[in-house]
Design a protein around this ligand. Structure first.
Ligand code: GTP
Ligand code: MG
Ligand code: ZN
Length: 301
């Protein structure tokens, strides 16, 4: 029988079957074998389960449409976080803590590199000074094709629009601790009663108390991934040459590069650098490109 993995923790997988029934399953030998080679079963995976001697086992995993990957803690191996997500939301705060374009770019690149075109959610617009920050983000990101949604979990501004977006598929909220991801979900669906405040989620060792990841069903029908540890988002699994594809506005400029595999950093006659000089590409975006590319090079080395 087919189903979707809604929760994964400690080798136990909660699978919601097509008929809505939930089962707890473990991995069958062959799938377990594949797991050891790095191909983990994660939330969002479409699996087939079978019942053998009263116990459910995952027999196979379907091919994925998208994979959200993040770097393991302390630079350890890449960790697959979720599969088959339709949408990614980059969530930042306009104030407390005030987001920077560097953070926004990092989240957008993470989404793009995972095969999703993220939407930028700017929370806490109820706070003083927040409007200017949200307006600046709209000016930088909307012309290059990112929707910017100013919202407030406190005042309710923008929440209806955000709910509409979230309810149309399976999505993930990417963003550092404290920006209000859980608060936003509680505002959208008060029945969720997710813990907020940041501190309560941490133990004495400073690690998130949420160990596993799960998909939260919204009353409107959407599913949203609640994944711990997006404070240390870093790229992994993207080669240096592919970083430029995570910057959509570069595509129109690369034809003017003299070299086909131009890094857009030091080569003479570079369309991207010309576009920066002529103001078609925002300087901070170009700086983020260099940072992301260097990181990808370091990861490869
Ligand atoms: N003023 C204001 N404060 C907010 C808003 N949204 C959330 N907060 C506050 O910001 C803090 C962090 O909110 P959380 O929802 O816990 O943040 P989070 O992104 O889920 O954080 P982690 O779970 O640690 O990743 C809480 O003290 C919230 O009350 C908002 O729209 N306006
Ligand atoms: Mg939270
Ligand atoms: Zn170039």
């Amino acid at each position: 029988m087919k189903g979707v993995v809604h929760e994964a923790a400690g080798g136990v997988y909660r699978v919601v079957l097509v008929d809505g029934v939930q089962v707890e399953a473990s991995l069958r030998g062959r799938v377990k074998q594949e797991q050891r080679t790095g191909n983990q079963v994660v939330i969002g995976d479409v699996v087939t389960v079978d019942r053998v001697d009263d116990a459910w086992t995952i027999e196979s995993v379907s091919e994925r449409t998208a994979e959200l990957v993040r770097r393991g803690r302390g630079g350890r191996a890449a960790k697959l976080v979720a599969a088959n997500l339709d949408m990614a939301f980059a969530v930042v705060a306009a104030q407390a803590p005030q987001a920077t374009v560097e953070l926004v770019d990092r989240l957008l690149v993470l989404g793009e590199s995972s095969g999703m075109h993220p939407l930028l959610v700017v929370n806490k617009v109820d706070l003083p000074g927040a409007d200017a920050v949200a307006a600046h983000f709209a000016k930088v990101y909307e012309p290059i094709g990112y929707r910017v949604l100013p919202v407030s979990a406190e005042s309710g501004e923008g929440i209806d629009e955000f709910r509409t977006q979230l309810c149309s598929g399976t999505s993930t909220l990417m963003g550092p601790s404290g920006v209000g991801k859980s608060s936003l979900l509680n505002k959208i669906d008060p029945g969720l009663m997710l813990r907020t405040g940041g501190l309560s989620r941490k133990t004495g060792t400073g690690r998130h108390t949420t160990v596993g990841s799960r998909l939260i069903p919204l009353t409107c029908g959407g599913l949203v991934a609640d994944t711990p540890g997006f404070g240390d988002v870093a790229l992994w699994g993207v080669g240096p040459e592919d970083i430029e594809t995570c910057f959509p506005e570069f595509a129109a400029e690369v034809d003017a590069c003299r070299f086909r595999r131009c890094s857009h950093i030091h080569e003479p006659v570079c369309g991207v650098r010309a576009a920066v000089a002529e103001g078609r590409i925002v300087e901070s975006r170009y700086q983020s490109y260099i940072t992301a590319r260097r990181e990808a090079e370091d990861a490869e080395a």
